[in-house]
Design a protein around this ligand. Structure first.
Ligand SMILES: [Zn+2]
Length: 88
């Protein structure tokens, strides 16, 4: 079998900032961006938002804590430094 390599120009976009839909603050720090809660959904039959309605919500971690923190459940896994990585 012959293998053919195709070089294509790939165009991509890099997110450089997120804007919170609640506090409207712009975040450019990667550590803040990675903590955003990004919710995207399409309402189904019976949805309170409407059947077929597309929903988008981006919240910074500070607003998530303020708005949803009391409802969240937390679990922290602690890495034991004496542990060894599983062999592959
Ligand atoms: Zn916010």
């Amino acid at each position: 079998m012959a293998v053919k390599t195709v070089n294509k120009n790939v165009i991509f976009q890099k997110v450089t900032a997120y804007i919170c839909d609640c506090c409207h603050k712009e975040y450019t720090d990667d550590f803040e961006i990675q903590e955003f809660l990004c919710f995207h959904n399409t309402g189904g039959y019976g949805s309170v938002f409407g059947d077929g309605v597309e929903m988008n919500l981006d919240l910074c971690q500070h607003c998530v804590k303020e708005l949803l923190g009391e409802f969240m459940q937390f679990k922290k896994e602690i890495w034991d430094e004496s542990s060894t990585l599983p062999e592959v």
